[in-house]
Ligand binder design. Structure first.
Ligand SMILES: NC(=O)c1ccc[n+]([C@@H]2O[C@H](COP(=O)([O-])OP(=O)(O)OC[C@H]3O[C@@H](n4cnc5c(N)ncnc54)[C@H](O)[C@@H]3O)[C@@H](O)[C@H]2O)c1
Length: 270
């Protein structure tokens, strides 16, 4: 269902790897709402070729960029403005990766080169994206920048490993850069804290099945899906949320404010 909420708006969507990706669903919804965009992902992720199907479906161009490389980001942003015909109104940062998680390295036994790589990809890249946009004066006034995060930034989820620290850093960058983007360019910056979602990045976390069913049973509205997240992002890109900024917004069916649910109590008192 379309409401033309993003008609006339231009942007960049990072992180659509395959049809399960939150960024994939977001691109589909932004397209339905009339937005036009460039799709970007790391050169290595392009090899799968899946993103071209999404580009075809949404009439968009794909530009490879490693989000840890400022040179790549400068090229992406200037090319995007040329292709789309002007400054940008929205940017989605939907990027995350931990080498320690991928290789099953425990939080108490991190390999720090891997930790640094994960921090660069998952958090610092958000600063790099925003700094490059800011310096290029690439955002229109009342534009909107969104990054995706998880509640392990606030609470302990042992198997989320160093991604918890990366998400805390990411959320802090959203606030700190959001101040300057708001004051100097009238652009808003927010993070959406999403329920566990079955994607490539999500299912890479140890014990993901338990993780997702626990959250499902704990949340009064159940887990938010990738489509729910896409819809929420559309509202944040639209003019309906013009003065929402510096926020970490929970899209989690109520999970973040729960102590315990009947369902969980029933299962442990059986
Ligand atoms: N899946 C979940 O349970 C969940 C929950 C909360 C938040 N998130 C966050 O949502 C975002 C999107 O993840 P997803 O769940 O859709 O998984 P996904 O695996 O589909 O997306 C992660 C993306 O990051 C990209 N990426 C990795 N390294 C990169 C680099 N150097 N440069 C550019 N892109 C790079 C990958 O290619 C991939 O497209 C991530 O920030 C993730 O942490 C996911």
């Amino acid at each position: 269902m379309s409401h033309n909420l993003l008609k006339g708006k231009r942007g960049i969507i990072f992180g659509a790897l395959d049809h399960n990706s939150i960024a994939w669903k977001t691109a589909e919804r932004v397209y339905e709402e009339g937005g036009v965009f460039v799709l970007s992902n790391a050169p290595v992720a392009m090899r799968m070729g899946e993103i071209n199907k999404l580009a075809e479906k949404t009439g968009s161009t794909v530009i490879a960029a490693d989000a840890t490389s400022v040179d790549d980001l400068e090229n992406l942003i200037s090319e995007s403005m040329k292709i789309l015909g002007g400054k940008l109104d929205f940017v989605l940062h939907s990027i995350g990766m931990s080498v320690n998680v991928r290789k099953g390295r425990h939080y108490t036994d991190q390999k720090y080169e891997w930790t640094q790589k994960g921090t660069d990809v998952s958090a610092m890249s958000f600063h790099k994206v925003m700094q490059t946009l800011y310096k290029a004066d690439a955002m229109n006034e009342w534009g909107s920048i969104v990054a995706l995060t998880y509640m392990a930034a606030q609470r302990v989820f042992p198997d989320y490993n160093d991604m918890a620290d990366n998400k805390a850093f990411l959320e802090s960058i959203a606030r700190s850069f959001g101040y300057f983007f708001g004051k100097d360019k009238k652009v808003r910056v927010n993070t959406i804290s999403q329920s566990p979602t079955p994607t490539t990045a999500g299912t890479g976390v140890k014990g993901f099945d338990g993780f997702i069913s626990y959250a499902e049973r704990m949340s009064p509205l159940g887990n938010a899906t990738a489509l729910d997240c896409a819809n929420y992002t559309v509202t944040l890109f639209s003019d309906l949320t013009k003065r929402v900024t510096l926020q970490n917004l929970y899209n989690d069916g109520g999970f973040s404010n729960m102590g315990v649910s009947d369902s969980i109590m029933d299962s442990i008192t059986e």
